[in-house]
Ligand binder design. Structure first.
Ligand code: SF4
Length: 328
C-alpha cells in the first residue's frame, strides 16, 4: 500500500551565481499515515530543502529538477501555487527553523494562531470566533504557558526565541494536519520545553493519526520519538531503517552522529566529534561524499558512490557497512 507521502528520486538544484548545484540528489522515502519518522544529518545536508519541497515552499533560488512527490495520491510536484494553498496549512503543515522570520512582528501571537484556523476553513462567525479563541488559549496552555491569555495578547518581540518556537508549533498543529513537517522543532528550547513540544507531537500523532517528519541534527531525539529514521549526508540518503536500529547503526556517518550524542554514560569524557566538515554543495563527488571524514574509507570509496545494501527492513549506502563505531 502506498504511503501517505511518497518522495521518489527527488532532485533539487540550487542556483549560485552562474552555477546550478545539486543540493538534494536522488532522494527517495515514504511516510505512512500515523507514522513518526525522523530525518537526521548535520546542517547543510539537504534536510530542510527536502521538507520545503514537500510543503511547496522552496526558495526562489531552488528548483525541483527531477523526481516526484505524491501526497495522499496527489502529485504535489505538478501543483500550481493556488492548488498548493488548498493543501498547505490544512493538510500539510510545517514548523520552521527560523521562527523569528516566520511570525508577523505586528500581530499578536494569539491572533496569528487563530488565523491558522480561520485560513483553513474554520468559520469566522461570532460563535466560531469565540471557539477558535478558546482552542487557541487551550493550545497555549497545553504547550506549557502558565498564563496563556497573557501570551495570547503578546507580540513576538515580547517573547523569547524558545517561546516563539512554541507559538510557531501551535500555528502548525492547531489545524490537525495529516502531515506535519517539524524542522528542528526543539532546537532553541530548554530540556523541559523540548520534552513538552515533542510529547505534544506524539499526542497529536496518536489522537489524529497525524504523520510527522521530525527533522533534527540530534539522533537522540529521533531515537526516542520516531519509529523510523533517515540520515542524509551531502544531499543524499545514506542510511534508513527502524529507529531501534540506531542502537547499532551501519553507516560510519550515522555511527559518528550517535557517538556525538551526550549521555550520562559519557560523563567526564570528551564528546566525540566528527573530523572535518560537511562538503559544500558546490563540491562534485563521483564517490562517497563522506570519504574525506571516514576512518574506514578505501580506494573504492572515492571512485564510486555505494549502492544500497538492504538490512532488516532498512538500507545503508556504504561499501563497508557495519563494524565498530567511527568514534570508537
Ligand atoms: S562508502 Fe567508504 S567512505 Fe563512504 S561511508 Fe562507507 S566506508 Fe566510509
Amino acid at each position: 500500500m502506498p504511503g501517505l507521502l511518497e518522495v521518489s528520486n527527488l532532485q533539487i538544484a540550487l542556483k549560485k551565481g552562474d552555477k546550478t548545484i545539486n543540493a538534494v540528489d536522488n532522494v527517495s522515502f515514504s511516510i505512512n499515515e500515523g507514522e513518526i519518522a525522523g530525518l537526521a544529518g548535520e546542517t547543510g545536508c539537504g534536510k530542510t530543502l527536502t521538507a520545503l519541497s514537500v510543503a511547496g515552499l522552496l526558495p526562489q533560488k531552488a528548483k525541483i529538477l527531477g523526481g516526484e512527490i505524491i501526497f495522499g495520491g496527489r502529485r504535489l510536484t505538478s501543483l500550481n501555487e493556488k492548488d498548493y494553498c488548498g493543501i498547505r496549512g490544512k493538510e500539510i503543515s510545517m514548523i520552521f527553523q527560523e521562527v523569528r522570520q516566520s511570525l508577523n512582528p505586528l500581530i499578536k501571537v494569539g491572533r496569528q494562531i487563530r488565523e491558522a484556523l480561520e485560513l483553513n476553513g474554520v468559520s469566522t462567525n461570532i460563535a466560531e470566533g469565540k471557539n477558535n479563541k478558546r482552542r487557541t488559549v487551550e493550545m497555549l496552555f497545553r504547550l506549557g504557558f502558565d498564563e496563556p491569555k497573557k501570551i495570547y495578547n503578546a507580540y513576538p518581540h515580547q517573547l523569547s526565541g524558545g517561546m516563539c518556537q512554541l507559538i510557531m508549533s501551535a500555528i502548525a498543529v492547531i489545524t490537525n494536519p495529516r502531515l506535519l513537517l517539524a524542522d528542528e522543532p526543539s532546537s532553541s528550547l530548554d530540556a523541559q520545553a523540548q520534552e513538552r513540544i515533542l510529547s505534544m507531537l506524539v499526542e497529536m500523532n496518536r489522537e489524529h493519526k497525524t504523520a510527522v517528519l521530525i527533522i533534527s541534527h540530534d539522533l537522540s531525539v529521533i531515537r526516542s520519538f520516531c519509529s523510523r529514521f533517515l540520515v542524509m549526508y551531502a544531499g543524499k540518503i545514506v542510511e534508513e531503517g527502524r529507529a531501534d536500529a540506531l542502537y547499532s547503526p551501519l553507516h560510519p556517518y550515522t555511527q559518528a552522529l550517535i557517538g556525538a550524542i551526550p549521555g550520562r554514560d559519557k560523563r567526564g569524557r570528551n564528546l566525540a566529534n566528527i573530523p572535518g566538515k560537511v562538503p559544500s554543495v558546490e563540491d562534485n563527488f563521483t564517490g562517497c561524499p563522506f570519504a574525506p571524514r571516514c576512518i574506514k574509507a578505501q580506494n573504492i570509496c572515492v571512485k564510486s558512490f555505494p549502492g544500497a545494501v538492504e538490512n532488516g527492513g532498512g538500507k545503508v549506502f556504504c561499501h563497508f557497512p557495519g563494524g565498530g563505531n567511527q568514534n570508537g
